[in-house]
Design a protein around this ligand. Structure first.
Ligand SMILES: [Cu+2]
Length: 131
């Protein structure tokens, strides 16, 4: 093979590689989004969870006592409340519970939540942020 045909082969290989590079990831959709909050040793994790509106959230309680995930207006009011119309409350549960963030939840909304059983006895003051 002379140098001229080497250049031609190189060009063809480059073209075919570039030509196959057209695949793209589909645009993400909020439909079917899911996320997990874990409660362990009286601590909610993650400290802040950022999710799209419409997300189904599973809460895993690893402790041997009942907890709740209950929205409030401020991190330390320890009373049920909402932010921008968004509220949730699992009620006391052991094991696993689920709730869904409303599809209309405004982007940027930050919702504090707490445990109705233990109030300030929980070790952190977590939030959910709407993406
Ligand atoms: Cu609790």
């Amino acid at each position: 093979m002379n140098s001229q045909s080497n250049i031609t082969v190189t060009a063809l290989v480059l073209l075919s590689v570039l030509g196959c590079g057209g695949s793209s990831t589909p645009a993400s959709s909020d439909a079917g989004s899911s996320a997990v909050i874990t409660i362990q040793n009286f601590t909610f994790s993650p400290q802040n969870l950022t999710v799209p509106a419409g997300t189904n959230i599973t809460v895993k309680n690893m402790d041997g006592v009942s907890h709740t995930v209950t929205s409030s207006t401020t991190p330390t009011s320890f009373t049920p409340g909402s932010v921008a119309g968004v509220s949730f409350d699992t009620g006391p549960f052991m094991g696993t519970a689920n709730f869904t963030i409303p599809t209309g939840a405004p982007s940027g909304t930050v919702i504090p939540y707490y445990c109705k059983v233990h109030l300030s006895g929980m070790l952190n003051r977590p939030t959910i942020t709407i993406q």
